[in-house]
Write a protein that binds this ligand. Structure first.
Ligand code: NDP
Length: 455
């Protein structure tokens, strides 16, 4: 059996740990079935944004009329859009493979590994043991137990990027991040989209007013059924019929489409890794339990990223991996800060947020709330952006920003100023002391904070 200073499972944010370990002269085993780069690079953030960029441009052209521009889209070359996906991913694979082949003391095991006993994995018929082990084994699509689903073919984020023909129609099961991003893409390229969401809101963890506006805007382009769980699927010739039940009215809801896209949540890969064989505990949903130091229940084993299911974003996974590394090799332990997690949803309109919602903040703080519309600042008005808005939630006593939420153009860029301010201490002065360019959109942030009032 070969032994290593460090074993890393997963080649997403696990790559950060491998880099650090190799550059510190450790012997390293890297286990991942491939392709290298994990969910974000291969079937997540990177390819989906390549698709969503043209979808955004399509929407801008369609909406140009309000600015006095008559524009017509003559053709949308679906194949050309899909063909842009793979080259940047292949380039990253080549760079990573080059790195692996030139690294000293690094063995890459391209297979699914699993624990067979304490600190020992079996992979590709070999047994390997690690002194310190890092689990960044990720997650996969959760396939709900819907009657008939296993007898039809369906799309998920894992196979959608290989589509070569635009589906004429599609039913999306779910109403979370993946659902609303792909709903935007497919409807922009001309697919007739129907969405079934079990809960009462799209993106349930977002600020309610934000999800309300998102629904209103998406509904102009597609059929959305909220409170509707999909219960059964039947193949009928070239189409598939999806049957759901409206949990509020009790009505049966049926839709037929050429394709089904399942975006009903995620499932940790910890089961494939059989972490129980090394004494690592999982929670009721199967996610690896890790504390704020990213320590698992077993000494010298850390876990991070989607595998622990706390905040499933690439930027969070990278930060968690860095914290896990520091805690593994430094005396002074660092805590992962989950209070100010930012996120963006690349649907249309775009959404971005950081920190608490109003409802969460009210549980622990006396708060002030401020809102402003894009159109309240000169640039937003010039853009004729009359729907988008921002909302700030601030602690009344300290002036500390507790949460900030934006829906509208460039929301993921606009929020960064607030993220940085919050990271430095979070008082509104961190934002308002800096001069803001007039007339530019970041004035929306100032205006929102200028409108604070008691609730
Ligand atoms: P989510 O958990 O966000 O949403 C899935 C939704 O599907 C839930 O609201 C769930 O309802 C609903 N659902 C489950 N089963 C059914 C059913 N039978 N019928 C109807 N609705 C159903 O999962 P996603 O798959 O969208 O996203 C996965 C993760 O990926 C997210 O956590 C996100 O962090 C990450 N991601 C991030 C992106 C970004 O940063 N921009 C983009 C894409 C993904 P209920 O709530 O009742 O369970």
């Amino acid at each position: 059996m070969k032994t290593y200073d460090v074993i890393v499972v997963g080649s997403g944010s696990g790559g950060e740990i491998v880099d650090a370990a190799v550059s510190h002269g450790k012997t390293v085993a890297w286990v991942d079935k491939g392709p290298l780069g994990g969910t974000c690079l291969n079937v997540g953030c990177i390819p989906s944004k390549i698709l969503i960029h043209p979808a955004d441009r399509i929407m801008e052209i369609l909406e140009a009329k309000k600015l006095g521009i008559t524009a017509e889209i003559k053709d949308i070359d679906f194949q050309a859009i899909m063909q842009r996906v793979q080259p940047p991913i292949q380039e990253s694979h080549t760079a990573m493979e080059h790195g692996i082949s030139h690294a000293e003391n690094l063995d890459y095991y391209k297979d699914v590994g699993h624990f067979i006993e304490d600190y020992t994995l079996q992979v590709s018929g070999k047994e390997i043991k690690g002194e310190k082990i890092f689990l960044g084994s990720g997650a996969r699509p959760l396939i709900p137990p819907i009657k008939g689903l296993d007898s039809v073919s369906y799309l998920t984020n894992e196979n959608v990027f290989t589509l070569t023909e635009k589906p004429k129609s599609m039913v999306i099961i779910g109403g979370g991040y993946i659902a609303v991003e792909f709903a935007h893409f497919f409807s922009a390229v001309g697919t007739k989209v129907t969405m079934f969401q079990r809960g009462s809101r799209l993106i349930p963890n977002a600020e309610p007013e934000i999800t309300e506006l998102l629904k209103k805007q998406l509904e102009k382009r597609m059929q959305i059924y909220l409170n509707t769980e999909v219960l059964e699927i039947q193949k009928q010739g070239p189409t598939v019929t999806v049957k759901g039940k409206d949990g509020v009215s009790g009505k049966d809801i049926t839709a037929s489409a050429e394709q089904i896209f399942v975006a009903a949540g995620r499932k940790s890969n910890a089961d494939l890794l059989k972490v129980e064989n090394t004494g690592v505990h999982t929670d009721a949903q199967g996610y690896i339990q890790a504390n704020e130091y990213l320590e698992t229940s077993k000494e010298n084993i850390w876990a991070f990223g989607d595998a622990i299911g706390k905040a499933m974003f690439k930027h969070v996974a990278n930060e968690e991996a860095a914290v896990a590394w520091r805690n593994a090799f430094h005396e002074k332990k660092t805590k992962m800060d989950y209070q100010t997690i930012p996120y963006a949803v690349f649907t249309y309109p775009e959404i971005a947020a950081v920190g608490m919602t109003e409802a969460e903040a009210k549980n622990h703080h006396e708060i002030l709330v401020g809102t402003a519309r894009y159109a309240d600042v000169a640039k937003g008005d010039a853009m004729m952006e009359y729907d988008g808005f921002a909302k700030a939630i601030v602690d009344k006593q300290t002036g500390k920003i507790l949460g900030f939420h934006i829906i509208g153009p460039y929301a993921p860029m606009l929020i960064q100023e607030v993220i940085n301010g919050m990271a430095l201490g979070g008082n509104i002065a961190f934002i308002s002391h800096g001069m803001h360019i007039h007339p530019a959109l970041p004035e929306l942030i100032l205006r929102t904070l200028g409108n604070l009032h008691e609730v």
